[in-house]
Structure formats: structure tokens, C-alpha cells
Ligand binder design. Structure first.
Ligand code: MN
Ligand code: MN
Length: 370
């Protein structure tokens, strides 16, 4: 994959418009990856990408131990290693020659101590929030990025197919998670894009439950929500809910409502309308069926090089849907003490402004025999 990082820099500057910003300082590892092609998580050490807006020169400040891999992969002008005993902010000051009045930072990410460190080196500087600009930039995906994201979808769907075959009597949720995560790596993923969720029976009612020692049993809902991150750092995120053994009429009813809700949400997707419309379309189906009290979260979220990113698809979001956006549609019904169903798809708004569903796994109710 060849990403044009110069182009991304230009797009960022366009996005910043006429805001007075001398330096762009990026610290989120995913944003640094997006701008340079280099990924590392510095943990408690310091890492940032600084772009001098006047001459577009780029400086990557990073832990000394990451220097070699950065030299091989980072599309930047200068790589400046910081060893563990050095003060990163003095090193930044020594490298930035221009007079600095304003620094654009990601205000969701930069810590107070990092801000204080910058103030110690640049005492009269003002900070401007560039978070919304970077988020916006990442929201609009090229066809090339979609191809990378499709690879992540293809792997996870293969994992789902093969993983379901390993289910047997007496297996626990945690054991099925282990099978899935083994298959992710076997099929070429870097790993899961988030903690693999396998929830059985009444635990399927917990949108963010954690898999444990519960054994899979006949009559259980089996909710599987998972994804992979590829070696190019593209994420997938899909949910399917199955029923083990035999389904009751009520289980089938709930399943069919959620399936219709997902379909309604996907059908609503197109460019040019407010993002809230997709949530409302899916939500209406559940509300009209009388289960509205059991669907309490937004219908979806953007994803890309992170499994959650902008935009947020909720019923109050007036922002327009745009070509190039990719997000999930994942309505659910969660009945405490009983169980739940979620069906999650990934939808891209293509070059024509139309919905392209990236996930392919069948949505019809599937009974799993153990
Ligand atoms: Mn999910
Ligand atoms: Mn999701």
C-alpha cells in the first residue's frame, strides 16, 4: 500500500484554514501513524510529531529505542530520539528554530503535564485545539484505505466461519475467545482490534460484558462481537448473534426485529443527509415493535486505523453524512436477565454517495448445534 503522506499534510493544512497556528503538534500514536506511516506506542515515554507550518518541515520526537524502526518507516524530515534521562521539552526547544506564538494540539490527548512542559520551553505560547480537524481528516477515507479495511473484514469473517466449527459441548465463552484469537493470527491479522466478546445466554444482554467461564448451553443466545487489526493497522468490527440448539418464539421475534432494524439503518445510509437519520431509521423499527426501552445506545461509530473514531452515529448528530465516511450500524435489543441480540455491519459511503456494506456475513438467524 502506498499512501501519499505529503497529500495528507496538505489536507491537514487546508483543514486548518486560516487559523493562526505556527506549529502543529500531534501526540496520538494513531494520528502520528496517519501522518507518517510510523506506528509505535510510547507508553509512559514521550512521542510527538511536530510540523512547522511555515516551511512544512516535520520533526518526529520519539523514545530512542524506536529510532531504527522509525528511520525505516516514518515519512518525516527529522527523527529526534529522546533517551530516558533527557527532558523531551528541552529537546523540542533546541530543534525548533522559528519563533512560536501558537501551537495546535489535540486537546483530547495532550496531558496537563505535557502542556506544562511545552509552556516551560515556549513561555508565551497559546494553544489551539486541532483535534476536530484531525478527526475530520481521518473521517474521509480513500478507496485505498477501504481496500485495507476490507482485508480486515475478510479476515474476521473467515475467523467467524472457522471458529464456529470449533464449538462443542461444555465449551466456555473464554475458550471460544481463545479459538477465535488463535485463528485471527493464523489468518494473518496482527491481532484483535479490541477485546473479543463472546457472550452467552443472559450475558448477551450486556453490550460491554466480558467473556468468562460460562459454558455454552442449548437455548442460549450467543453474541459474538469482534474484529481484527491488520498489519497495516486497519480495523474491523462485526457482531453476529446466534442461538444454540433451539430458538424460542420470543428469541426469534427479537432476532427478527434487530435484523430489520439493522437493514433499516443500512438502507438509510447515503451522503448529504444528517448522520442522525441512520440512527433514527434503525431505532424506529425497535421502538415500533415495543422494545425501545431495550436499545439505549447510539447505533454506530466510525472506524479506520482505530476501531472507534469519528463520526458518532447518534440520534442528535446533525453533521452531514459525506462521501468517504465509514461507520458501523449496530442496533440491538438487550433485555436484562434474559439476553440480547446485536447485528453489526460496516457501511461505507462510496464515491457516488451511496451505501456500500463492507461486511458480508449472512444476517439470517443461524442455529448452532452442540
Ligand atoms: Mn462491535
Ligand atoms: Mn462497533
Amino acid at each position: 500500500m502506498t499512501i501519499d503522506y505529503e497529500n495528507r499534510k496538505d489536507k491537514l493544512f487546508n483543514q486548518l484554514g486560516d487559523e493562526t497556528i505556527d506549529l502543529v503538534l500531534i501526540t496520538d500514536p494513531s494520528n502520528i501513524y496517519y501522518m507518517t506511516g510510523f506506528y509505535a506506542h510510547p507508553h509512559e515515554r514521550y512521542m510527538s510529531l511536530i510540523i512547522d507550518r511555515e516551511n512544512k518541515e516535520t520533526f518526529l520526537f520519539l523514545p530512542a529505542l524506536d529510532r531504527e524502526i522509525a528511520a525505516a518507516t516514518a515519512k518525516v524530515d527529522n527523527i529526534i530520539p529522546i533517551s530516558d534521562e533527557e527532558d523531551p521539552f528541552s529537546i523540542i526547544k533546541n530543534n525548533i528554530k522559528n519563533v512560536v506564538g501558537t501551537i495546535g494540539i489535540e486537546m483530547n490527548v495532550v496531558t496537563v503535564s505535557h502542556q506544562n512542559g511545552l509552556l516551560a520551553s515556549f513561555p508565551s505560547v497559546d494553544f489551539i485545539n486541532i483535534q476536530p480537524h484531525i478527526n475530520k481528516l481521518r473521517t474521509i477515507k480513500s478507496r485505498e484505505e477501504i481496500n485495507g479495511l476490507k482485508e480486515a473484514v475478510n479476515i474476521i469473517e473467515k475467523v467467524l466461519d472457522e471458529g464456529l466449527k470449533t464449538i462443542k459441548e461444555g465449551m466456555t465463552e473464554a475458550e471460544l475467545v481463545a479459538e477465535f484469537e488463535y485463528l485471527m493470527k493464523k489468518f494473518g491479522a496482527a491481532g484483535p482490534s479490541f477485546s473479543t466478546m463472546v457472550l452467552a445466554g443472559e450475558k448477551a444482554a450486556l453490550p460491554h460484558g466480558s467473556p468468562g467461564d460460562k459454558k455454552l448451553q442449548n437455548g442460549d443466545f450467543l453474541l459474538i462481537d469482534f474484529g481484527v487489526i491488520t498489519r497495516d493497522r486497519y480495523c474491523s468490527d462485526i457482531t453476529r448473534t446466534f442461538i444454540i440448539g433451539e430458538a424460542t418464539d420470543k428469541q426469534k421475534e427479537i432476532y427478527d426485529i434487530v435484523k430489520a432494524s439493522t437493514q433499516a439503518g443500512v438502507d438509510a445510509v447515503k451522503a448529504g443527509v444528517p448522520l442522525k437519520e441512520f440512527d433514527i431509521a434503525a431505532r424506529n423499527v425497535i421502538e415500533k415493535s415495543g422494545y425501545g426501552d431495550y436499545f439505549n445506545n447510539r447505533v454506530g461509530h466510525g472506524l479506520g486505523i482505530e476501531v472507534h473514531e469519528a463520526p458518532s452515529i447518534h440520534h442528535l448528530n446533525e453533521d452531514p453524512a459525506e462521501k468517504g465516511m465509514l461507520f458501523t450500524i449496530e442496533p440491538g435489543i438487550y433485555i436484562p436477565g434474559y439476553g440480547g441480540v446485536r447485528i453489526e455491519e460496516e457501511v461505507y459511503i462510496d464515491e457516488n454517495g451511496e451505501a456500500e456494506v463492507l461486511t458480508n456475513y449472512p444476517r439470517d438467524l443461524k442455529i448452532i448445534e452442540i
